[in-house]
Write a protein that binds this ligand. Sequence first.
Ligand SMILES: *Cc1c(COP(=O)(O)O)cnc(C)c1O
Ligand code: SF4
Length: 328
Amino acid sequence: MASQWQNELADAVSDPAELLRLLELDTSLLEPARAASREFPLRVPRSFVARMRKRDPFDPLLRQVLPLGTELEPQPGFIHDAVGDMPSRAAPGVLHKYHGRVLLIATGACAVNCRYCFRRHFPYAEESARTAGWQPALQYIRSDAGISEVILSGGDPLSLSDRILADLVSRLQEIPQLRTLRIHTRQPIVLPARVDAELLSWLRNCRLRKVVVVHVNHAHELNAEVIEALAKLHGAGATLFNQSVLLRGVNDSAEVLAELSQQLFTARVIPYYLHMLDRVRGAAHFDVPDSQAREIVRGLRARLPGYLVPRLVREVPGAPAKMPVTAF
Ligand SMILES: *Cc1c(COP(=O)(O)O)cnc(C)c1O
Ligand code: SF4
């Protein structure tokens, strides 16, 4: 029998006409939304739609998911493989880029399609560690004594069923040198029903140190249900961090990001990274120039204690870590 979260996942909004109707938006948005969704489909859980303001085409949550005609206009510098991950592929579904930790692509699926995501061109469906049967990935991790942390990523690893995840985690915790299990997920935010008793059970029972990195871009994403889901993850022993992407028209101001940091902290989440946009084709309208990004972070430092200021970073192929975009 399907869990509640699986029903909600299956019932996500995928028809642009329905999204516009639910939010009482002008039908002139429909044709461009249809055209852009042919390249990368609309997909958004109803729980996330319910946090959007009606009749506001510039709502910061709506902007993250609404397909726009401008996505189809080519922009110089915005390319297909903006992240350049393939050279660090160590085994099927395993990216080993940084010292001591590997990223396991557990699945290509997500509960939401974020318009700015590199995943719009790389669903990773054929490249996940699961489709290869986990064994080659687990073997690779086991064979390198320097790996102490495994990051479940994707896609969204929590798209997998708890049966599959419990099995994977039990196999990971048999690897002697592993100390930390990290999960990169947006599901507790866009689909808080995902944090249910089954999930909490395998998480609580895992002997590794547990880190959950969620992805919130705007304080409006944090409603009571999400805060409760985060409290449950914390209660199951996970340390919680957040990463955001700096997005024009969504969170490109110090006021908006300072409010986000404060609300995250109230929900026991520490702001971790503020990512510069990956320069993927179709996402140019979200771009915030470096100079403005630095100015925003200066504004954050002037407003917040140091522990609530996220690190402004970008992905640079071949670099030994995420590269700081310094702001002095
Ligand atoms: C971002 C990333 C990590 C994690 O980096 P941290 O700085 O530890 O958060 C690990 N592996 C890959 C391939 C990454 O892209
Ligand atoms: S990987 Fe993260 S940012 Fe990309 S579509 Fe999925 S949830 Fe959104």
